[in-house]
Design a protein around this ligand. Structure first.
Ligand code: FAD
Length: 317
């Protein structure tokens, strides 16, 4: 089922959903199931599964030499989606990224997703490789999410890369990322917005936002979208703060501002256990306001840990 249909069917009732990340290579999928299980009582119609590109790591040899090798630390997105659908009977939404893929590899992944009966994909560029700092596409790959989106849209029309004859048309419902506080590479909000609008005009059907801790940012973003004629569902991405360290880590990684009141409350905490409670309470208040504003889904970045999100969902759903 398409995300847009889930939202329509909910008829104004706010839905609950969440994102998980694949386990580190070598870890059992059971850890992931254990993290998903406690959240199923809140009836998520869909679960997102992130995609991770390769990273360059130092491999130490027994003779002391260090070799740089490129490995994918968290593979398995497509397989995990299949298992989630089979086990939990919900839709799984794989994230697709440009980074590390050629167009042909992307096409093959879409074929797999089609065979698996996956109806939705979240189309992204992907983060730059940590070692590179700036995003570099693979040779023969896409440089922007809009190019990847274009490929999915072509496939939805039955057009494949190197085939003259028409193939089966797929009907992927595509989502894209939105940044209420601007994407970090965009020179300003206006430019970023121009590309967001472009992707919607190309046929993207829903937006999932980067996490934010100040609802005013989301509300402004939604209003701006509506004024620009972007009428698709805008799903807020939410994450409860759980450690003091995140006060510096989250703004650095996700390029967002933390509200003064939240920073103050966290700074006053003596332990991370206390921080967790502050983070949960903050997120509950965020949800209440967002639901009153009419946000269609409360979408949580779980980082594959269920406790804090469960506490929030219990208070809200
Ligand atoms: P794009 O739309 O390509 O935009 C990237 C930058 O280029 C922006 O500054 C934009 O303004 C600009 N731009 C866009 N189009 C053009 C154009 N045609 N010409 C010139 N400039 C342009 N990363 C992962 O690696 N794996 C994941 O699973 C993942 N999941 C995510 C889920 C969500 C909800 C969000 C919000 C982010 C996620 N990310 C993930 C991170 C994301 O890949 C990064 O933020 C990435 O840097 C940008 O992705 P994008 O799709 O917004 O890129």
């Amino acid at each position: 089922t398409k995300i847009t249909e889930h939202i329509q069917r909910a008829n104004g009732k706010t839905l609950f959903s969440f994102e998980i990340i694949p386990p580190l290579k070598g870890e059992s999928i059971q850890h992931l199931f254990d993290a998903i299980e406690p959240l199923m009582e809140f009836k998520p119609p869909f679960i997102d599964v992130t995609y991770h590109r390769e990273e360059v790591i130092d491999k130490k040899h027994s003779n002391g030499l260090i070799e740089k090798v490129s490995i994918r630390k968290r593979p398995g997105t497509v397989g995990i989606c299949a298992r989630i659908m089979e086990r939990f009977k919900v839709d799984a939404v794989p994230h697709m990224i440009c980074g590390g893929f050629t167009r042909d590899e992307t096409e093959d992944m879409l074929v797999d997703l089609h065979y698996l009966g996956i109806d939705n994909v979240l189309v992204l560029r992907g983060d730059p490789e940590k070692s590179a700092g700036v995003f570099k596409p693979r040779e023969g790959g896409h440089a922007y999410a809009s190019e990847l989106l274009q490929q999915v849209m072509q496939m939805n029309k039955g057009i494949l890369l190197h085939q003259e004859t028409e193939s089966y048309p797929t009907s992927f419902c595509t989502g894209i990322a939105g940044y209420p506080e601007k994407h970090f590479e965009a020179p300003n909000l206006e430019t970023d917005f121009k590309y967001l609008k472009m992707k919607i005009d190309m046929g993207a059907e829903f937006i999932v936002t980067q996490m934010f801790f100040d609802n005013a940012r989301y509300i402004e973003f939604v209003k701006k979208c509506r004024q620009a004629g972007i009428l698709v569902p805008i799903i807020p991405g939410l994450k409860p703060l759980t450690t003091k360290k995140q006060l510096t880590v989250l703004p650095r990684i996700f390029h967002l501002d933390l509200p003064d009141d939240l920073v103050k409350a966290v700074e006053e905490c003596k332990t991370d256990k206390e921080v967790k409670l502050v983070g949960i309470e903050w997120c509950i208040q965020q949800c209440k306001e967002l639901i009153a504003f009419g946000a269609p889904v409360m979408h949580f970045y779980t980082m594959s840990k269920s406790d804090p999100v469960k506490a929030i969902a219990q208070a809200i759903f």
